[in-house]
Design a protein around this ligand. Sequence first.
Ligand code: ACO
Length: 304
Amino acid sequence: MEKIVDTSDEWILSRTGISERRICADNEFSSDMAVNAAQKAIAMAGLTPADIDLILIGTVTPDYRVPSLACIVQKKMEMYNSAAMDIVAACAGFLNGLAVGNAFIKSGQFRKILIIGVEKLSSITDYKDRNTCVLFGDGAGAVVLEETADDRGILSTYLKSDGRFTELLWIPDGGTINPCQKIKGRDAEVYLKMNGSEVFKHAVRMMGEASLKALHSAGLTGKDVTWLIPHQANIRIIESTAKRVGISMDRVYLNIAMYGNTSSASVPMALDEANRAGRLKKNDIILMTAFGGGLTWASAVVRW
Ligand code: ACO
């Protein structure tokens, strides 16, 4: 990073907690990472791709604008017994997917739902902009959701958005307002632009609020939480969220140093990493929370 923009490792680590990021090869795409994560989640659930009846993908970096990434993943994994759709909610994409999936399971319309959070943020990052490029990385995580007979599983979810803050975190060009082919006399702005300090202020407030609302709906408080698994955007945002909810930092799962901000992939990657490391025990209370462009914010409480 020091070689490509005017920054220092010390600045990045102290302001964000990030020291490494994973970046896809040029010939690796969101669908490749999504398939990789999906295969592992389906295997861990003891299922086969044919068992899945809905694919939900949280992403802002699909392979194409049309069709959805979920349809590309469906093709690559030959999951033809399923419906498939993308959910665009920036960093809250996975938790929005989890809430939608939970509602579908409860309604009985779908029975085995694959939920993926995946981003190739390197494809929309301006590596000349030190305000953003030091933060973002690529990755994917996935879960399979199904009905259970006991009282474990998703206890509550909370979703919220505020569309008044479009320009705090956005890609100005390439949509219907400024299609790239119509831009004359200037370069198209096709990379993520962010007002970091404003986003920071909202993130601190909203991740705390979403966490408290989801806990309240589940009839729980911060004291009941075994693990907080937050969106890994900035260690300082995570610390103030934990403080507001009353969770000590030794109960917060952190991997931000290794991956940076991977948007929709962040929460499921951390959940999967904690699980595969044997950190999550039966009946643990897991609080997940995320915040992103839109603005969007979301939380879920799970009895593991
Ligand atoms: N290296 C050195 N200096 C930098 C860098 C850098 N990489 N980036 C910014 N600076 C400078 C700024 O230019 C500014 O300089 P100035 O005062 O001369 O103008 C100074 O550092 C302070 O800038 P701030 O923006 O006030 O710094 P802040 O403490 O807020 O940290 C950061 C910046 C890390 C981006 C922080 O604001 C942040 O984490 N914001 C939230 C990001 C986030 O959570 N996004 C979530 C959604 S992402 C999504 O949805 C895809």
